[in-house]
Design a protein around this ligand. Structure first.
Ligand code: FAS
Ligand code: PHB
Length: 390
């Protein structure tokens, strides 16, 4: 098989890039190691920056997002039993975020890809990018007992943190930066109305909590838990009780409980791989970087990577220029590191760190106290949360 751009990974990065390429008349093939239903069964992000919303509109895949997405002009930070509102729109000249689940984004893009008739190969084993340092890269994979080959002009690794693309790069050609946090997020999804109309990020001596949602009838909640914890330790009742303990009464009393239909623990890490291009192999999304979800940046960083990369491919094929492809890595990393900083800052400010000494705890508390007391600091928080310019 031969194509112009071979994409590894059918998450939001790969699907968004594939759709934009197809609309631009650039042939592409998408390969994933699992199937559609498995991918749609993963519960992840919920907050879209305006840039991601606009990318979905450019991809002509935003009908459901525009109809069902929930625009949010602010959120609350709960501290010492009180709520402190962060007025995103007021602090950023009207900019906002939209609540719309990554699962729905992924489904919308999968449906468009199927309607396009674009080639997607699911359940492909041992996917491997080859000869990407030369003029004619290709991908090998196994399926139905046979080994297959896809020849391409370019390969894009959109295969997430545990994917094969970054691992195919010679270690001497890659520099990685990492911070692993000593806790995870226990997430719960239930078909109950949200406790409040906006998100609540809770700081508490017992640990961080987050009240989020997917719609006005579906809620998403998180609790900070130690890395040694297991989801089997948490009955729904135990989750609801602990959530209430960590929130102000006005929020806890408004929580509507109900049976969870998804409950899982996600580890938290900050990670960046540099550079993001190796000859004719490009990395995008979680394949190149990971942020702790406290700043709601993971999915949104994937969107800006795809913005830069799609612009580069469009310029290569339509204008016979490679300037944007050459600038991809540096341009993407500039925005990535600002989001890494913000996500690290939100995480250290809002979580409890068991290994903190007394000084460290006071510094983290003072960081939050100053932020809530200062219009300048709230503005800085707000402009990062709604998303820095592309
Ligand atoms: P993805 O990981 O979504 O997709 C990668 C795809 O590549 C997958 O379909 C996988 O099957 C495939 N793949 C992997 N290895 C392969 C191989 N060897 N061969 C072929 N295919 C391969 N972000 C937020 O903003 N808020 C959150 O609350 C949040 N929660 C998260 C919870 C978890 C458990 C995880 C892992 C991430 C979370 N994120 C969150 C971040 C998440 O939303 C990512 O930023 C987003 O999925 C990035 O999309 P992709 O880059 O497409 O990677
Ligand atoms: C979510 O709804 O999954 C969500 C919202 C905000 C975050 C992280 C996750 O910062």
């Amino acid at each position: 098989m031969r194509t112009q751009v071979a994409i590894i990974g059918s998450g939001p990065s790969g699907l968004l890039l594939g759709r934009l390429l197809t609309l631009a008349g650039i042939d592409n093939v998408l390969v994933d190691r699992v199937g559609r239903d498995y991918i749609l069964g993963r519960v992840r992000a919920g907050v879209l920056e305006q840039g991601m919303v606009e990318m979905m509109r450019e991809a002509q895949a935003a009908e459901s997002l525009d109809a069902h997405g929930l625009p949010h002009d602010g959120f609350d930070i709960a501290l010492n039993g009180a709520l402190h509102h962060i007025d995103l729109a007021g602090l950023t000249g009207g900019r906002r975020v939209t609540i719309y689940g990554q699962t729905e984004v992924t489904r919308d893009l999968m449906d468009k890809r199927e309607a396009d008739g674009a080639t997607t190969i699911y359940d492909a084993a041992h996917v491997s990018p080859r000869d990407f340092g030369r003029a004619h890269p290709w991908i090998s994979y196994e399926k139905d007992g046979a080994t297959h080959r896809i020849d391409a002009d370019f390969i894009v690794g959109c295969d997430g943190f545990h994917g094969a693309s970054r691992k195919a790069v010679p270690p001497k050609s890659l520099q990685t930066f990492e911070r692993v946090y000593p806790f995870g997020w226990l997430g719960l999804l239930a078909d109950v109305p949200p406790a409040r109309h906006e998100l609540v990020y809770g700081k508490h001596a017992r640990g961080f909590s987050l009240c989020s949602m997917r719609s006005t009838t579906r809620s998403r909640y998180y609790l900070q838990v130690p890395l040694t914890d297991h989801v089997e330790n948490w009955s729904d009742a135990a989750f609801w009780d602990e959530l209430r303990r960590r929130l102000p009464a006005e929020v806890g009393d408004a929580i509507v409980t109900g049976p969870s239909f998804e409950k899982s623990i996600a580890p938290l890490r900050s990670f960046v791989a540099e550079p993001m291009r190796f000859g004719r192999l490009f990395l995008a999304g979680d394949a190149a970087h990971i942020v702790p979800p406290t700043g709601a940046k993971g999915l949104n960083l994937a969107a800006s990577d795809i913005r830069y990369l799609f612009d580069g491919f469009r310029e290569h094929y339509a204008e016979k220029s490679d300037a944007s492809l050459a600038a991809y890595s540096e341009r993407a990393l500039s925005r990535i590191w600002k989001a890494e900083r913000f996500s690290w800052w939100m995480t250290t400010m809002l979580h409890t760190f068991a290994e903190d000494d007394a000084f460290g705890r006071r510094i983290h508390d003072a960081e939050l106290a100053y932020t809530l007391s200062s219009t300048a600091a709230r503005t800085a928080l707000a402009e990062n949360y709604v998303g820095l310019p592309y």
